[in-house]
Design a protein around this ligand. Structure first.
Ligand code: PMV
Length: 309
């Protein structure tokens, strides 16, 4: 039996603009994760069960574009295993689906890890990330690659599409609360909607992406230089730009406003938007009050995480 896990992630700054080549910052969220267990089985072939999504399928009968089957096939291909081994994979995920916490990429990375370890050839983070990226394209057509990167490397990243992974330097720790709006929102449609608006008015949207890119650059130096006090206003500025991009949602804005009122230094949506999660920057004094305020304002649940050097 082999078990492997992968964390979720949150995007701190730069979502959507990152699809158009601007930088973005994301951190793993280790408090919620995916665990995959692989065991040998008597009957032939690979069987996959996922309690979270209710899948119970055999690899042989799964459609080519099924994400779980696709990552298993990609891993077997990478390991040059021609015949389907007799294995059972059980996927257990604490990550909500369609909430911007990278559940799809986390499941893929955990499968690559568990399967490649079970078969005696553990794959590097670079390969885990590359295989997962191929499957991310099935979830939505034009992923930037930020999810698979931050999850496979398991560390904060300053991500630029198509460029080598750059570790985000963290000077001083800071705390975030992650509030789930409860509105399920798939990444694909949100990214497609932005693309359609961009196609209709490239000048306006390129300017917005530039604005977001600059916020990200400022945020990366603030994080590196332990200037945590600069991050709150930068989160708020990024949220304002995301509203203008048209990817916010009234339920997200209610949570963001509640967090600010309760003392958060700044707050914004995180991920594709149109639902999913928001993040709020807190400290030891404000964390409890902001968490209560988020729950009172309708957050389905709140995760706390600390970004550390
Ligand atoms: O999958 P999510 O909700 O974390 O959002 C992905 C972030 C986007 O920038 C919107 C898309 C992408 O591929 O980077």
């Amino acid at each position: 039996m082999t078990a492997a896990s992968a964390p979720g992630k949150v995007i701190l700054f730069g979502e959507h603009a990152v699809v158009y080549g601007r930088p973005a910052i994301a951190v793993p969220v280790g408090q919620a994760q995916v665990v995959v267990t692989v065991t040998d089985r008597q009957a032939g072939g690979v069987r996959i069960r996922s309690a979270a999504t209710g899948y119970d399928l055999s690899l042989a009968s799964a459609p080519g574009d099924h994400p779980l089957a696709a990552i298993i096939r990609a891993t077997l291909g990478e390991l040059s295993i021609p015949d389907e081994p007799a294995l059972e994979l059980i996927v257990e995920s604490e990550l909500p689906v369609g909430a911007g916490l990278g559940s799809g990429a986390a499941v893929s990375v955990a499968i690559v890890r568990a399967l490649s370890e079970h078969l005696g050839t553990p794959l590097s983070p670079e390969r885990q990330s590359a295989l997962t990226f191929e499957v991310e394209k099935l979830h939505h057509g034009t992923p930037s690659g930020i999810d698979n990167t931050v999850i496979a490397y398991g560390q904060p990243v300053l991500f630029r599409r198509g460029q080598p992974v750059e570790r985000l330097i963290v000077g001083a720790p800071f705390r975030l609360l992650i509030g789930d709006s409860g509105v399920v929102s798939a990444t694909g449609p949100a990214v497609t909607a932005v693309r359609q608006r961009w196609q209709a008015d490239q000048t306006r949207y390129e300017a917005l992406f530039d604005e977001i890119g600059q916020i990200v650059e400022h945020a990366a130096s603030a994080i590196a230089n332990s200037a945590v006090e600069l991050l709150g206003p930068l989160l708020d500025a990024n949220q304002a730009a995301l509203i203008r991009l048209g990817v916010s949602h009234p339920r997200l804005e209610t949570l963001i406003e509640a967090a600010r009122q309760a003392g958060a230094a700044g707050a914004k949506l995180s991920g594709a938007g149109a639902g999913g999660n928001m993040i709020a920057l807190v400290n030891a004094d404000t964390a409890n009050g902001v968490e209560r305020a988020l729950l009172a304002a309708g957050a389905h649940h709140v995760l706390a995480t600390e970004v550390t050097p």
